[in-house]
Design a binder for this molecule. Structure first.
Ligand code: GAR
Length: 210
């Protein structure tokens, strides 16, 4: 069983997609041990509670400075000792010490085709606003491993989504979630849980089914 901790900040629709996929058997060999949120009001934490999964709140604002928050967050993660950490709409930068301790075991979902529309300042709805401003015709979502950079780790999976002329940031966000995020994230977790991914020279490959 892949012991997994999911980190969330907001609505938690990606968390929900993962929980539903575990229930329906699309993700196997995986147990969600806890959900960590940085915001006590996050709807995602309610979703975890509804599923009988412990929700843990760790807010940067409750610590004297970022260093203290980073230390407490990393310590909590070490106590939980997950095999995999999933950032499912988690809008807090992962402390370097946590990246080092869990190297190759943290994945993030980002709502664009990395390396476009990612990095500092690109999160949530803002990504879709920038996509529309730039006028690109194709966007999508990416699941990648997390390293010390911002949205820079090895790419695991991507899925393209069409941008429509009448899109608003909200309609585009919804389509990217429905057509890409809620499909990709469960698939990647199932691949990791069933040992189907390998990394060679920084490139992730999916092993062919036997
Ligand atoms: C999702 O679109 C996710 O890809 C994005 O935040 C949203 C969270 O929605 N993450 C980022 O922008 C990370 N840079 P959710 O809480 O409903 O899953």
């Amino acid at each position: 069983m892949l012991k997994t901790v999911v980190c969330v900040s907001g609505g938690g629709t990606n968390l929900q997609a993962v929980l539903d996929a575990i229930d329906s058997g699309r993700i196997t060999n995986t147990q969600i041990a806890a959900v960590i949120g940085n915001n006590p009001g996050a709807r995602a934490l309610e979703r975890a509670e509804k599923h009988g999964i412990p929700g843990i709140v760790i807010s940067p604002g409750s610590y004297p400075d970022r260093e203290a928050f980073n230390a407490a967050f990393t310590e909590k993660m070490c106590e939980l000792a997950p095999d995999l950490i999933v950032l499912a709409g988690f809008l807090v930068r992962i402390p370097e010490e946590m990246v080092a301790k869990f190297a190759g075991r943290i994945v993030n979902i980002h709502p664009s085709l990395i390396p476009s529309f990612c990095g500092v300042g690109y999160y949530g709805l803002k990504v879709h606003e920038k996509v529309l401003e730039r006028g690109v015709k194709i966007t999508g979502a990416t699941v990648h491993f997390v390293n010390e950079g911002m949205d820079e780790g090895p790419i695991i999976a991507q899925k393209a989504v069409e941008v429509r002329e009448d899109d608003t940031p909200e309609t585009l966000q919804r389509r990217v979630m429905e057509q890409a995020e809620w499909i990709l994230l469960p698939q990647v977790i199932d691949d990791i849980a069933n040992n189907r991914l390998t990394i060679e020279n920084g490139r992730v490959r999916r092993k062919e089914e036997a």
